[in-house]
Design a protein around this ligand. Structure first.
Ligand SMILES: *Cc1c(COP(=O)(O)O)cnc(C)c1O
Length: 400
């Protein structure tokens, strides 16, 4: 896809698509097939072209999924995109495509839990080692880079503790050593910043996101995307996609296509509500600190300001004062009516999940143990913000 300068909503609604002759309707149809017929044996024997789209078999994609891939590329300001069946599959793809036995990958300590699991499990089994870095410490990170470092994973903001990484510092160090970079951009969703151009000439090589979250917006589909501006990198992603047989269901494609035109509106509404509630939670006596990149004092706030156009996602965490036992914080979560208890986020319903970080981090947290107890991660949905605030308020009142 060529890069575009139009607004995010306009771009998704007016994205090029040519309906069949005589059918001048806006929605993209659901094209399904395993078999795609060849006109004759000469067409069958013709080598697969690298230029443009040639349909040979359903697993490689259909007009519906190619349209969605092009729209996601536009959203991310990338030129290429591969769709895969989940965000998790989009995390696995770059690692499998770019790493070989003996290589090392560096991961931020606040990486999405399943990324940590992948490094410790599958990648270790393949002889690929990993180390964790502090995403706020670019100098310490640069010292970890070695000749074996072949991929640096980034996540902005990080999961659960929400530190926003020093992207400029981290990417400059990678660029200086020629190390490939891949970002989990699920939180930003192509809305918070341009991952491929965080500063002039400085961006990631690969941006993946769980379309499960904001792009779909319905909490009813699992899908992932791996985007890049580098044609050679894309070929490696595409090749691994074929090795793994990562096809996506066309009904799921339809759901995500339907979610995209409202993504910018939903993102802005959810980020505004999340920011308002985060600031409100910070005032509550039971809360020791709120973790949200746009909230001053939150770890990485200055780094967020450096690269962000103001976008700040729908997530925040509240760390309760250590005086509140984990069971009391659980009771607070149980007392909420408008917040479901469950994973994933960016759907219509707000969610709340308490986390125990004691076994899921390799490095110390950015605050001393006496300065915080149990953490609850909130994902803000599309309910009326006054109802959410009233709900939090009544559940907090039960704490004392
Ligand atoms: C949910 C999530 C994923 C994984 O997406 P699935 O579609 O659930 O596999 C990856 N990264 C982040 C940051 C997520 O929140």
């Amino acid at each position: 896809m060529p890069l575009s300068k139009r607004g995010k909503s306009t771009e998704q609604i007016h994205h090029p698509y040519r309906p069949p002759e005589g059918w001048d309707a806006v929605p993209v149809p659901v094209h399904k097939a395993s078999t795609v017929l060849f006109r004759d044996t000469a067409a069958l024997h013709r080598p697969r072209s690298r230029e443009g789209v040639t349909y040979r078999y359903g697993l490689q994609g259909t007009p519906s999924s190619f349209t969605l891939a092009a729209r996601i590329a536009t959203l991310e300001q990338a030129t290429h995109c591969v769709l895969v069946p989940s965000g998790q599959a989009a995390i696995t793809l770059p690692g499998m495509a770019l790493l070989k036995p003996g290589d090392e990958v560096l991961l931020p300590d606040n990486v999405y839990g399943q990324s940590r699991h992948l490094a410790r499990g599958l990648l270790s089994r393949l002889g690929i080692s990993h180390r964790f870095y502090d995403p706020l410490d670019a100098a310490g990170f640069a010292a970890l880079l070695s000749d074996r470092t072949r991929l640096v994973w980034l996540e902005a903001a990080g999961s659960i503790t929400m530190e926003f990484p020093d992207l400029i510092g981290l990417l400059s160090a990678c660029k200086a050593r020629g190390v490939a970079t891949a970002m989990d951009n699920t939180w930003g969703a192509g809305m918070a910043f341009n991952a491929f151009e965080l500063a002039p000439g400085l961006g990631v090589d690969i941006s993946m996101q769980a379309l499960t979250k904001f792009a779909s917006g319905g909490a009813d589909v699992l899908m992932g995307a791996v985007c890049t501006r580098d044609a050679a990198m894309h070929r490696r992603m595409d090749e691994m996609y074929e090795f793994l047989g990562y096809g996506v269901g066309q009904n799921d494609v339809e759901l995500v296509l339907r979610g995209l035109p409202s993504l910018p509106l939903r993102y802005r509404a959810q980020e505004a509500a999340a920011r308002e509630l985060a600031l409100w939670m910070q005032q509550q006596p039971a809360v020791a600190r709120v973790l949200h990149p746009a909230v001053p004092g939150s770890p990485g706030h200055a780094h967020w300001r450096e690269v962000s156009g103001g976008g700040s996602g729908c997530l925040f965490s509240a760390v309760f004062k250590p005086a509140y036992a984990p069971a009391q914080v659980d009771a607070f979560v149980d007392a909420l009516h408008c917040f479901g208890i469950g994973y994933s986020w960016a759907g219509p319903m707000s969610l709340a999940v308490p986390y125990d970080l004691s076994h899921s981090r390799s490095l110390p947290l950015p605050w001393p143990p006496e300065a915080g107890g149990t953490l609850v991660r909130f994902a803000i949905g599309l309910e009326d913000v006054e109802d959410l605030r009233a709900d939090l308020s009544q559940a907090l009142a039960l704490l004392d």
